[in-house]
Design a protein around this ligand. Structure first.
Ligand code: UTP
Length: 300
């Protein structure tokens, strides 16, 4: 165990530079991470989860066409003056809030060479510290009363002082869409914490060792950076994070935490639509009208 592994985690990388080809044409001029769920961009949910989990320093990996991200988390004096003059001071807090609660930094990924490459860009900023990764296009929705997704992962990190990846159970027929974890719990741990043997990218259902799929949240020791450097270009010419994680799992203990939280991959159209509807049904200001609308629609 290195000294760095014992530090608590205050920094996070949010990769948000992908092309979002599954969401064209919307993503031609707009980052998918800025798609709204009712009235809040996906990335704001992600940053709130990080901040509520104790993260104070966030590095967002952006790219071409992603200016809207920087503008959203910046001050907007004209908008604030307008809102003040219109007597809508409560909205000023809403447009400022999250940018005030943490420090946000940006780095640009010049070529979209994959998730592994996006994370590598954070090496200098993360230094020799453990850090979290939250995919900018993924919303984690824990059951009512449970801790935020990343907080659950950080608790597991603090127990094991090793890298931990979040996973969730998926129907066996779906395993070929995900990175699947192979491993088993150690003595003394519950069934939800698995010592990771290896990761298999998009296996056929018959070849999948478990139904545990990677869920878009990670905590890494800094040794992941050397593993990314040793990872060549894999599927689609991209530097795959799962390849680098397999190298790390050979080198030091790694764990997977199977949580109960729901995961929405916003880059997928159906998942986005489901997320929008689920959240609209839950919010006090939209719930009744949405419920009524859906009831009428289904009665048809
Ligand atoms: P995805 O693989 O879902 O994003 O990456 P993508 O490449 O934009 O998707 P499609 O397949 O073309 O629709 C998950 C997260 O990692 C970021 C994305 O922005 C997304 O938030 N990412 C991906 C990067 O930052 N850089 C990359 O090179 C790839």
């Amino acid at each position: 165990m290195t000294v760095s592994n014992r530090q608590s985690v205050t920094k996070a990388i949010i990769p948000a530079a992908g092309m979002g080809t599954r969401f064209l044409p919307a993503t031609k001029s707009m980052p998918k991470e800025m798609l709204p769920i009712v009235d809040k961009p996906v990335l704001q949910f992600v940053i709130e989860e990080a901040v509520e989990s104790g993260i104070t320093d966030i590095l967002i990996v952006t790219g071409r066409g992603k200016r809207a991200i920087e503008n959203h988390f910046d001050f907007n004096p004209e908008l604030e003056t307008f809102l003040r003059q219109a007597g809508k001071d409560d909205l000023i807090d809403q447009v400022r809030d999250i940018g005030d609660r943490c420090q946000i930094f940006y780095i640009r990924q010049k070529e979209q060479l994959g998730l592994g490459d996006a994370i590598r860009l954070g090496r200098q900023h993360m230094g020799d510290e453990p850090f979290a990764v939250l995919l900018g296009d993924t919303i984690i929705d824990p059951p009512a009363g449970a801790a935020p997704g990343l907080r659950q992962l950080l608790d597991a990190y603090e127990r094991k002082r090793s890298s931990v990846v979040a996973v969730h159970h998926v129907p066996k027929a779906w395993v070929s869409r995900y990175g699947i974890v192979d491993g088993q719990p150690e003595d003394g741990d519950g069934p939800e914490l698995v010592r990771l043997r290896r990761l298999i990218e998009k296996p056929k259902p018959a070849e999948a060792p478990t139904d545990l799929a990677i869920a878009g949240r990670y905590v890494f020791t800094p040794e992941i950076f050397d593993c990314i450097d040793r990872t060549g270009r894999g599927v689609g010419g991209e530097i795959q994070l799962t390849d680098a994680m397999n190298l790390l799992a050979h080198q030091q203990p790694m764990y997977a935490l199977a949580w109960q939280a729901k995961r929405y991959d916003i880059g997928d159209r159906v998942e986005y639509a489901k997320c929008f509807v689920d959240f609209a049904l839950r919010r006090p200001d939209t719930s009744a009208a949405m419920r009524e609308h859906l009831r009428r629609l289904l009665e048809g």
